[in-house]
Ligand binder design. Structure first.
Ligand code: ADP
Ligand code: MG
Length: 603
């Protein structure tokens, strides 16, 4: 029988390898940025089109490549960064596998322009699916530009697998932030579809964090500095009172490389030692420097885990350092010795000229029932009465039988019956023919508001109230990007935007169902919810938005309701299409039949 084993052609091998290195546009961004840093660049530009699906281009002013190196750089296992296995244990570069460019060139249209400092002319190479289609001499600036176009053009399955532009953009921004935070002394520019997203000047760590995460961040940062024989720790943790509901801004860097470590995370949280409110997460930006030979970085290219030689000691040092620094801060809260006076002035100035922005407060006792014309609760009563929906009540899968459904609905459409009681400012209890029903007031109201919003959005009514004075709200550029991508959905709920800048949005119209004082909270909650949605493939902005609004605006546990308000809520709940679950899938009520009650008492 003939031999059947063959060596795979290079372009096939590269395509297979690419599957590991390049999962999405953000992977390309990471590899190209890291190459630019390894090349000693002091200024790096990242240009994107369509969330990187059409173009990812990185332009650096690093050392460039010779003609031969330019050509070789696209070969697999071609690297200038290590020569032998020993070098693996003394890495000072990001790359070392020599795989990235070969992989990227196998699955995209790649254009390289590069020139070394002492050379007159540079090299221009075009590669498509691992094939060099042209190589020319060009005049170009010192450094390297690599443009990666039409990612996965030859692997439709992978291309189709990419997520929405919003999600892919966020992955890219994540990578960009990690690299930019690891290298505050390098200037970075990020443009997306010709809009400037980040313009980060060469600076120090504190300023870099502030430039990325908005001005608000400056006052939150507590400096961390610790030097021991086995590790140096620098950076900042955010004061505990600024801890967030979402796990956003948590960054570890080891020898300037972003890593994830639940073990070290635990050490930091432990260092907060009871200072964190339950369910909140501290922000931190911690830079660990260890001898290169005490870590094993020989990991999968896209993974961010790392192994340390002396994990236990690192844990103890980290925990103690965080604790110590926080202690210092709470003893002397004003003594923030790393403070940079230049940073403070503009914000104070800003808040003076635009007093409305920081003054927005959210009334925690806000009760949408209190004013009769408060539409969050009333807009759709009309709609509900008309369309709701004996039919809907019967056709939805509800965990209780038709008789009860009918009874519940009937009960609450009659004004003279339906006595309700509020229990612990949390539940409503109402007697029904077959027994009783216990309703969770906040979850029930979420359901009502959720259906209201969905109805509004899908009916394209978009009733909007004009604000007398437009509200300007500050956000980080990453947040602005996200708000911008859901702009039209927000508009369909009644929001009107006057202006988007790099770090603020100005709003001049809001949905009739909300009040001005709720705007900031609503948008922040929305950003948070969109953030949490990432892994979910059934991601729908409109749905997330409706859920988010409902959650923000619903009456909370602890709110006292008048009898009238209680009845309204019960009525509106049972006019919903799916009264039995909250928008996030929790039960909104439970019925207890007389039989079940009898059973309790054995009577
Ligand atoms: P690695 O970074 O692991 O070495 P890559 O495939 O990313 O592998 O890059 C291959 C080689 O191409 C690098 O080792 C480097 O010599 C060269 N190279 C890549 N990008 C640049 C750049 N922006 N500037 C200068 N040289 C570069
Ligand atoms: Mg590389």
């Amino acid at each position: 029988m003939a031999d059947i084993i063959q060596l795979l052609p290079d372009h096939v091998a590269n395509q297979i390898a690419a599957g590991e290195v390049v999962q999405r546009p953000a992977s390309v961004v990471k590899e190209l940025l890291e190459n630019a840093i390894d090349a000693g660049a002091t200024s790096i530009k990242l240009l994107l089109k369509d969330a990187g699906k059409t173009l990812v281009q990185v332009i650096d002013n690093g050392k460039g490549m010779s003609v031969t190196d330019a050509r070789l750089s696209f070969e697999r296992h071609a690297t200038s960064k290590i020569r032998n296995a020993d070098d693996l244990f003394n890495l000072n570069t990001k790359g070392f596998r020599g795989e990235a460019l070969a992989s990227i060139a196998a699955i995209a249209h790649v254009e390289l322009k590069t020139k070394q400092e002492n050379e007159e002319l540079g090299t221009h190479i075009k590669i498509e699916g691992s094939k060099v289609v042209s190589q020319e001499v060009i005049t170009t600036a010192k450094g390297t530009s690599i443009a990666v176009k039409n990612l996965f053009y030859n692997i439709p399955a992978r291309r189709n697998f990419l997520k929405s532009d919003t999600i892919e953009t966020r992955h890219i921004i994540d990578e960009f932030q990690r690299v930019a935070l690891a290298h505050p002394t390098i200037a970075f520019l990020l443009h997306h579809n010709n809009n400037e997203v980040y313009h980060l000047k060469e600076s120090n760590l504190r300023k870099r964090i502030v430039a990325i995460f908005s001005a608000k961040m400056n006052e939150k940062l507590v400096p961390i500095n610790e030097h021991t024989d086995i590790i140096t720790i620098n950076g900042f943790v955010a004061k505990p009172n600024f801890a967030k509901k979402k796990r956003g801004e948590q960054f570890f860097f080891v020898n300037d490389r972003f890593i994830k470590s639940s073990y070290l995370h635990h050490a930091v949280v432990n260092g907060f030692d009871g200072l964190l409110e339950h369910g909140t997460h501290p922000s931190y930006f911690l830079y660990l420097t260890v001898p290169p030979n005490s870590i094993d970085i020989n990991i999968h290219p896209t993974k961010t885990e790392i192994k340390f030689d002396n994990e236990k000691a690192l844990y103890a040092i980290l925990r103690a350092t965080v604790k110590h620094s926080l202690g210092q801060y709470s003893v002397a809260p004003v003594l923030d010795f790393n403070r940079d006076a230049n940073l403070d002035t503009p914000y104070q100035f800003q808040s003076k000229t635009n007093g409305a922005v920081p003054k927005i407060t959210v009334d925690p006792n806000f009760n949408p029932f209190k004013t009769a014309q408060q539409p969050a609760f009333t807009t759709n009563n009309q709609y509900k009465k008309e369309s709701a929906s004996w039919e809907a009540l019967y056709t939805t899968d509800n965990p209780f039988d038709d008789v009860q459904q009918e009874e519940l609905f009937h009960q609450n459409t009659q004004t003279d019956t339906g006595k309700t009681f509020q229990i612990q400012k949390k539940y409503l209890l109402s007697s029904i023919k077959s027994g009783m029903v216990l309703i969770h007031q906040s979850l029930a109201h979420q359901r009502v508001l959720y259906e209201d919003f969905l109805a509004n959005i899908t009916e394209k009514e978009a009733a909007s109230q004009q604000l007398l004075f437009p509200v300007k709200i500050g956000f980080s550029s990453a947040e602005i990007e996200i708000i911008y991508t859901v702009k039209s959905d927000l508009e369909s709920t009644g929001f009107q935007f006057e202006e988007f800048t790099k770090d603020s949005v100005t709003i001049n119209g809001i949905p009739t169902s909300i009040t001005e004082s709720q705007v900031t909270k609503i948008l922040e909650q929305l950003l948070n919810d969109i953030d949490l949605e990432v892994p979910d493939s059934s991601f729908s902005h409109v749905d997330v938005m409706a859920k988010s609004f409902a959650k923000t605006l619903a009456i909370k546990t602890g709110t006292q309701l008048t009898e009238n308000e209680q009845e309204n809520l019960v009525h509106n709940l049972f006019s919903c299409k799916e009264p039995s679950v909250s928008p996030t899938g929790k039960p909104t009520f439970k019925t207890l039949t007389l039989q079940e009650i009898d059973h309790i008492f054995n009577s």
